[in-house]
Ligand binder design. Structure first.
Ligand SMILES: *Cc1c(COP(=O)(O)O)cnc(C)c1O
Length: 449
């Protein structure tokens, strides 16, 4: 262990980590980064194929985003956002209003994804409360959902590793068995799918519509669940059912937004608009913490009244609408548009999937290579035919993660799901390098069946 690693471990409690693991794998101290690459303090290079937790959108230290932040820094670093404003936030909202799904036009800022989910849940409840339906105070969500770590957001999540221990503290959320297309309980394949599994959501909505404020969902990809990808038709059915039952549709685009799925927002694949949408992560290109809860005039208007009526949304975060983050976000939107980043990424996405399929399509331990946009996920299984998973205690994904780090590839799997979720700007030669490294790591890995 080098001195910086020792100093780190003396004080730092890293996120989402069993700190004891760091005895064997101490923290990698990053000195600088550029594009797809991270460089540690010893000069070792790492390919950041997971966009540093799915947020780095246009490469690290993009010169234009850097410039935008530096220019803003010398003008205004931060200001209270209640009753005060600034041009970067105004311009950002104007630009976003033109590209978010139709009908969304009001923007409420937070500084991280979980907080924007909290805001969405409170907003939905308060809307119903103030429009004569105070009994609508429960939320519906999918199994294996992930919406963040604060208690409200965690309540809507359905992944035991994050939430189980906190059950006594959590809201009583109505849970719908979500679409699991790799292990479809209706025996369908992706090709023969008719989203029959939506009947489970429909049944629960019919039964509990009267007490339900909103249904929150990750559109098309349940990322933390292992990049589980489900059809757009499911979202369309959900939108229609939410309308029928008077339930808000909250779409959590925190991970999927800004082109990750091949369209600007995953909702765009389904051609639907939610009542409330949460965005964060790639919003600032992965530079600075910012999140926005975006909603409709209709919801906004239910809060608009004389002060004495007490209908205001009394929700705030100190760093709401931070100007530095807003200037980064504007730079991101300019680059996306000017460089036609999504169009170019559509081509590289085809290439990336093709290269991964060439190497892994017949691998005995790769159950499926699911993909959308540049996201490609390999689900490792003990047995391809039965889809039986590896024993969790073996921590197969984690062992591969460690092996890959040695070789300079940052994978960070979700249990036994290994995935690429690279920046939109990854080039074909960078894909070649990454896939070759990845291939060598997997082919050398001693899978114990
Ligand atoms: C990352 C994420 C969140 C939480 O965002 P934080 O900024 O980490 O609080 C919520 N929902 C989804 C889908 C996410 O991927």
């Amino acid at each position: 262990m080098d001195p910086l690693q020792e100093r780190d471990l003396r004080h730092i409690w890293h996120p989402c980590s069993q700190m004891k693991d760091y005895e064997e794998l101490p923290p990698i101290v990053v000195d600088h980064a550029r594009g797809l690459y991270l460089y540690d303090t010893n000069g070792k290079e790492y390919i950041d194929i997971i966009s540093s937790w799915w947020c780095n959108l246009l490469g690290h230290c993009n010169p234009e985003i850097n410039e935008a932040i530096k220019a803003q820094l010398d003008k205004l670093e931060h200001v209270i956002f209640a009753n005060f404003s600034h041009e970067p936030a105004i311009e950002l909202c104007e630009r976003l209003a033109a590209i978010v799904p139709p009908g969304l036009s009001k923007f409420n800022f937070a500084d991280n994804g979980s907080s924007s989910v909290e805001s969405a849940l409170k907003m939905s409840f308060q809307y119903h409360y103030q429009t004569g339906k105070p009994e609508k105070k429960r939320f519906m969500a999918l199994s294996e959902a992930y919406h963040g770590e604060t208690l409200g957001a965690l309540s809507t999540g359905g992944t035991d590793i994050f939430s189980k221990i906190y059950k006594p503290l959590l809201l009583d959320v109505l849970r719908v068995e979500g679409p699991d297309c790799y292990r479809c309980s209706y025996g369908k394949t992706r090709e023969s799918c008719g989203t029959q599994c939506f009947e489970k959501a429909e049944a629960l909505m019919e039964k509990h519509a009267g007490e339900t404020a909103a249904f929150i969902v990750e559109p098309l990809v349940q990322c933390a669940a292992g990049m589980r990808i489900y059809p757009a038709e499911y979202l369309q059915k959900l939108r229609a059912a939410c309308d029928r039952y008077g339930i808000h549709l909250i779409v959590d685009e925190i991970a999927t937004g800004f082109g990750r799925t091949g369209k600007l927002f995953a909702c765009d694949h389904a051609g639907i608009s939610p009542d409330i949408m949460c965005i964060s992560k790639s919003l600032t290109g992965g530079y600075l913490p910012m999140a926005i809860t975006v909603t409709t005039e209709k919801i906004y208007n239910a809060f608009y009244a004389d002060y004495a009526q007490g209908r205001a949304f009394m929700h705030s975060h100190t760093y709401s609408g931070n100007p530095l983050a807003a200037s980064a976000a504007i730079a991101v939107l300019k680059i996306l548009e000017r460089d036609r980043v999504l169009d170019r990424a559509a081509e590289t996405a085809v290439y990336l999937h093709g290269e991964l399929a060439k190497v892994f399509a017949d691998h005995p331990h790769v159950g499926e290579i699911r993909h959308i946009g540049l996201i490609n996920a390999l689900e490792l299984v003990k047995d391809r035919d039965t889809k039986e998973a590896f024993d969790g205690a073996q921590r197969t994904g984690y062992q591969i993660y460690k092996a890959a780090l040695k070789e300079g590839l940052l994978l960070r799997p979700l249990e036994d799901v290994l995935y690429f979720n690279p920046p939109m700007t990854i080039t074909k030669s960078e894909i070649d390098r990454s896939v070759t490294l990845f291939k060598n790591i997997i082919l050398a890995f001693p899978f114990s069946a």
